[in-house]
Ligand binder design. Structure first.
Ligand code: PGA
Length: 271
């Protein structure tokens, strides 16, 4: 990790809630998604301070919204189009997702790098989510090359402030941030996992940046999640990083046993 430009170490957050978010990406048919959700609902207990969220593919969202028990598991979209309506063939808007999802993942690195979403697209999506009563989970993260060239904090600042630049001071408290270093996503090598120290330095940086731009209150109230090859074996270490309020999980969220194991870990860490 490059040297964090934040000098003093502050423990900001007193957020009591933990968020466990499963990003199913482009996996599972609608039927498989429904069966999987059914199994999760049987095993998960409702808890006010532990929010479980799953992000199935867009076609599964509507039927799953009728099936889920929102006290136990809430739904997130993986992306949506910032325009409310119109001639945008193939797209689904935040307006259309109103009432179906509570959250939307925005600016995931796969959207930025494979689908060339820009900071402007991300910023418009964050604004559209808020306009439609959907909580944006704004993803930020540096690539391996950016990290190697010492650009981590510049990239993170640009993505963070770029993504939030249309958000009013009133709405800022409704946003969640996910730090997902691109180099640590879906890795099978333990050597490439982000260390708790790396993540801690970044969360401090994010909160300092939020404090400079908004206020200390905002900086302390926005939940920050970590994502990047979270598994049952490392979830406990990540969840005990001060200032981390939850996890965004890809691969391990597709395997019921592993996802439930991580949820159980979150419950243990909280108690
Ligand atoms: P991973 O995916 O847990 O498989 O690394 C995380 C993500 O891409 O959100």
């Amino acid at each position: 990790m490059n040297n964090c430009p934040v000098g003093e170490s502050l423990c900001y957050t007193n957020i009591m809630k933990t968020y466990i978010v499963g990003n199913w990406k482009m996996n599972f048919s609608v039927g498989e998604s429904s069966v999987y959700l059914h199994k999760l609902l049987q095993k998960v207990r409702a808890a006010r301070d532990l929010k479980i969220v799953v992000a199935p593919s867009t076609i599964a969202l509507q039927p799953l919204s009728l099936q889920t028990d929102r006290k136990k598991i809430r739904l997130a979209a993986q992306t949506a189009n910032p325009h409310d309506f119109g001639a945008y063939t193939g797209e689904v808007s935040f307006t259309q997702l109103r009432g179906i999802v509570d959250y939307c993942i925005i600016g995931h690195s796969e959207r930025r790098h494979i689908f060339h979403e820009t900071d402007k697209d991300v910023r418009n999506a964050v604004a559209a989510a808020l306009r439609n009563g959907i909580t944006p989970i704004l993803c930020i993260g540096e690539t391996e090359t950016e990290r190697t060239f010492g650009e981590t904090y510049d990239v993170l600042r640009d993505q963070l402030l770029g993504g939030l630049s249309q958000v009013s001071t009133e709405d800022i408290a409704k946003v969640m941030i996910a730090y997902e270093p691109v180099w640590a996503i879906s890795t099978t090598s333990d050597a490439r996992l982000a260390s708790p120290d790396d993540i801690s330095a970044v969360t401090q940086f994010i909160r300092h940046t939020l404090e400079d731009t908004y206020s200390k209150k905002v900086a302390s109230e926005i939940p920050i999640l970590y994502g990047g090859s979270v598994r049952p074996s490392n979830a406990g270490a990540y969840l005990t990083i001060p200032d981390i309020n939850g996890l965004l999980i890809g691969g391990a969220s597709l395997i019921g046993e592993q996802f439930l194991d991580i949820i159980e870990t979150a419950r243990r860490v909280q108690s």
